[in-house]
Design a protein around this ligand. Structure first.
Ligand code: ADP
Ligand code: GLC
Length: 483
């Protein structure tokens, strides 16, 4: 029997773990290829060659080039890195600069619209022309506003390659003025509310949502929420239009269970669902690392961007009560300077009970998940959320707001679920200080019952968080797109 031809997907994204990461988008882009591969889909990931990346990946092969990519020469360099097939867009005039992928000194790079339109334009060219090693994708998978223009460029070129746009966070929409259309090779005739226009401006996310063959987001609940004014951030009408045509999909994220594995994680004392005892040593180590006193209650962690979305203000309001009732907390994050300052004050007020690290630190995050009893995720909205999944995997019981992907992945420890042995964490529906405070109180109470807590932790450790089912959903969708 002839072997089935392996299918090809070009994933276009602005970040990819482990090479460059500012949040969950990178985790997803970096983890999907290994999950799709056994199902017959081979991925290549197109992303910018940010400063230092070419040195890190080592030898590359040049597969495509142009003399003028929106103002300078550019080429695509292929390499294999961390088991990923990467296509790095080498365009120094766009990417060779100080700061992170999007921001320098707290401000967006002034030309982000050009930088990521260029990424999208090249994504579309590769899909149309293929690369010099004769690779052409069957499907293009564009992620978020940074790759939102890929489907549009495909459409304007008359290309037939099907595309999927995945929305990881609708709050970021890639907005710029229509005076830039010409420069970005976008047609002014399509600048109207049914296509590129968004309240007199251009939105790359909206463009992708209109032009992609299909639109997906990263959890079923968020897909539903996105059609409401509260969660749709102005784009709810476009979401509803795609939903009504049966072209909107909610596919839950997983995590890379090879990277996130308490049984093999090199930076912790290893343990597993069947042998959870060494988790206690990780807890002690974390307390020691932050010079905290042994709490009588649970040790909670927060690993997050410090933004309004993540409910940091709710934490600031309710952590004092949690601490006074016996809890302790370690926070790792960076973001809004106001939150950074307020967290600093909290740590100064409770030096024995609050540990704080402002910054981004991957190994520390592993040690925190391993040491924690609880992971707190009080987000106002959360497309999927990965920290609660990592929490489950590490037996750090998630305590989450019941929204988006958080609602889809955590089963509340109410009496019924506890009795049935299905509970994996704590959820709260009123996303306000009262709701969070009540949930924290429930966690403190349950923690006092050692046996009940150990059962809950055991359920968390055994909860499915891998890509299995969701990868199959993506494959079913890609296959459908091929007709
Ligand atoms: P988002 O993408 O909205 O920031 P997610 O929960 O989807 O939220 O993903 C966040 C990812 O980034 C997780 O892998 C989390 O561990 C990681 N992360 C967030 N902040 C930090 C930090 N300060 N240091 C290390 N890792 C972090
Ligand atoms: C976004 C969302 C987060 C999601 C991640 C990966 O950053 O805020 O909820 O988990 O993308 O899809």
């Amino acid at each position: 029997m002839a072997a089935r031809r392996q299918r090809r997907v070009l994933s276009v994204a602005s970040e990819c773990a482990p090479l460059i990461k500012t949040g969950g988008l990178a985790d997803v882009v970096g983890a999907l290829p290994a999950a799709l591969e056994p199902l017959g889909w081979r991925s290549r990931i197109l992303m910018p060659a940010y400063p230092g990346l070419l040195e890190r990946v080592g030898r590359t092969r040049r597969l495509w080039r142009t003399d003028d990519l929106f103002g300078g020469p550019a080429c695509v360099r292929a390499c294999r890195y961390a088991d990923l097939d990467l296509l790095l867009l080498d365009a120094p005039h766009l990417y060779e600069r100080d700061g992170g992928p999007y921001v320098v000194d707290g401000h967006d790079h002034h030309d982000n619209h050009v930088r990521f339109a260029a990424l999208s334009w090249v994504g579309a060219r590769l899909a149309i022309e293929g690369t010099s090693d004769r690779w052409r994708p069957d499907v293009v998978h564009a992620h978020d506003w940074q790759a939102g223009l890929v489907p549009s460029y495909l459409k304007y070129a008359g290309a037939s390659t099907p595309s999927l746009l995945t929305i990881h966070n609708i709050a970021f929409q890639g907005v710029f003025g229509p005076d830039q259309l010409d420069r970005l090779q976008l047609p002014t005739w399509d600048f109207h509310p049914d296509a590129l226009e968004y309240h007199g401006l251009v939105s790359t996310l909206k463009a992708g949502m209109v032009h992609a063959s299909r639109v997906s987001t990263v959890s079923p609940s968020y897909a539903e929420e996105l059609t409401s004014a509260e969660f749709g951030f102005g784009l709810q009408g476009v979401v509803a239009m795609r939903r009504d045509r049966g072209e909107l999909h909610g596919i839950l994220n997983g995590i890379d269970t090879r990277v996130w594995d308490p049984a093999t994680d090199p930076v912790i004392i290893n343990y597993s669902a069947d042998f959870p005892e060494p988790k206690a040593a990780n807890r002690r180590a974390l307390l020691e690392e932050f010079s905290l006193a042994e709490p009588s209650g649970p040790l909670a962690v927060v690993v997050t961007r410090l933004t309004h979305q993540k409910g940091v203000d709710l934490l600031l309001e309710k952590l004092p009560t949690f601490i006074e009732s016996g809890g302790a907390v370690v926070v790792l994050g960076s973001g809004d300077p106001g939150y950074e300052y307020a967290l600093g004050e909290l740590a100064a007020r409770y030096p024995q009970s609050v540990g704080l690290h402002i910054g981004y630190d991957e190994p520390l995050s592993h040690r925190m998940y391993a040491g924690a009893d609880l992971v707190l995720v009080p987000s106002r909205f959360e497309p999927c959320g990965l920290t609660q999944l990592i929490g489950l995997r590490y037996g750090a019981v998630p305590l989450v707001a019941a929204t988006g992907g958080l609602r889809d992945t955590v089963i509340d420890a109410n009496p019924e679920n506890l009795a049935q042995g299905t509970a994996t964490g704590f959820t709260f529906g009123d996303i306000d200080p009262g709701g969070l405070g009540f949930a924290l109180g429930r966690a403190v109470d349950l923690y006092a019952d050692t046996e009940a807590w150990s059962r809950l932790r055991s359920q968390a450790l055994r909860a499915p968080v891998d890509w299995g089912t969701s990868a199959a959903h993506y494959v079913a969708l890609f296959t459908e797109l091929l007709g």
